[in-house]
Design a protein around this ligand. Structure first.
Ligand code: NAD
Length: 345
């Protein structure tokens, strides 16, 4: 199949494939749209079953970054990188250095940051080869780990969703199911707990669930049960596709909103949720806090007041989506896509 007929191609400005046999690097960098500024989005390091799966992932994720950055009204376009985890032994530093050279070759049209599977040390290795990197701990405008800001944006957005759907202020007494207690999920769970919510959690890592049980008085359930809990809010904070043809019938939460990108396995899931009277907070609108913070770093002068203003703006955008969705009787994911395309010009 040609790249142009890939179902997720969506007129990407550029799609790059890089290989470096010496280190084992095989990666894609996708630049979806640079109308608003250089394309920015994290790099994912993942064991893909096939090259095609990796290509599909990078195309979907980079388009989502265009939409996310447009909806967050930040001066960045949308792009993403994926590195296919080698099946055989590899030297991590050589691999990430080779990836850094690949980012450099894209010549500033793409600025990378962390995503799933990539550590702060990997980012430092990438930085030895290119300056087109953000989300670092050191440097003049360094903004550090974006995850707490992502969690902050989700928390603020969920407040709006709770007010809209349940007519109440805050999270006191509400029951929230958090799927995935990683960098964002744990931080979000902490914020919710401190605000009076009760938690049900699941993660494949039993150390983090034990910590949540002890520190946040969370109930722990299996990873295959978390979506089906009778809760007020379901927060998918692991990987994408949590809402799919198999899981949707079991979901009884009033509200869905979390960190994971591409939470809807297929776009049709949005309408299915609407028909079930479940309020879905479009993922890329709700989870923009991290890229907002990264954007402040890319500008060269980090200013938290600007970040705070943009985080507050997530609430305004969400409310507009909810209102339009109700008025037009269309799912929130479709409304968000339409608004994002308007903003992308
Ligand atoms: P992370 O890798 O730190 O955390 C993911 C967690 O999910 C881990 O604890 C992992 O053990 C757990 N997990 C994996 N599979 C699971 C399953 N089947 N059921 C339950 N738990 C499972 O990642 P993160 O940085 O917290 O990001 C979480 C999600 O949010 C990802 O989809 C990421 O793309 C997205 N996201 C993250 C940010 C950010 O700032 N970090 C920003 C926007 C979107």
């Amino acid at each position: 199949m040609s790249i142009f007929s890939h179902p997720d191609f969506d007129n990407h400005e550029g799609v790059y494939a890089f290989s470096d046999p010496a280190s084992g690097l095989r990666s894609y960098i996708a630049v979806h749209n640079t109308n608003r500024g250089p394309a920015s989005g994290g790099t994912r390091f993942w064991q893909y079953a096939t090259d095609y799966e990796a290509l599909t992932d990078v195309l979907r994720l980079s388009r989502a970054m265009s939409f996310k950055n447009a909806m967050a009204e930040i001066p960045l376009g949308g792009g993403k990188g994926v590195i296919i985890k080698p099946e055989s032994q590899f030297d991590r530093e050589s691999l990430f250095a080779a990836y850094g050279r690949a980012v450099e070759k894209v010549g500033g049209q793409y600025i990378t940051a962390e995503d799933v599977g990539v550590s702060p040390d990997d980012m430092l290795t990438i930085k030895t080869q290119t300056n087109f990197v953000a989300g670092l701990d050191d440097g003049e405008a360094a903004s550090g780990d974006p995850s707490p800001h992502t969690a902050d944006g989700i928390f603020r957005g969920l407040e709006v969703a709770v007010k809209h759907k349940l007519g109440i202020e805050g999270f006191g007494g509400l029951l929230v199911a958090v799927q995935g207690l990683g960098h964002v999920g744990y931080n979000l769970a902490e914020r919710l707990y401190k605000s009076g919510a009760r938690l049900v959690v699941a993660d494949i890592n039993s150390e983090v669930t034990a910590r949540a049980a002890s520190e946040l008085k969370a109930s722990v359930v299996g990873v295959d049960e978390i979506h089906a809990q009778e809760v007020d809010i379901f927060a998918p904070c692991a990987l994408g596709g949590a809402i799919n043809a198999n899981s949707i019938e079991d979901i009884s939460a009033y509200i869905i909103g979390g960190a994971a990108n591409n939470q809807l396995k297929t776009p049709e899931m949005g309408e299915a949720l609407r028909l079930r009277d479940i309020l879905y907070c479009p993922d890329y609108v709700l989870n923009a806090g991290g890229i907002i913070n990264v954007s402040a770093e890319v500008s060269g002068t980090y200013n938290y007041e600007w970040v705070d203003g943009k985080l507050e703006n997530i609430k305004v955008t969400l409310q507009e989506i909810f209102d339009r969705s109700e008025k037009l009787k269309l799912p929130t994911n479709e409304i968000a896509n339409e608004m994002a395309r308007e903003r992308l010009g």
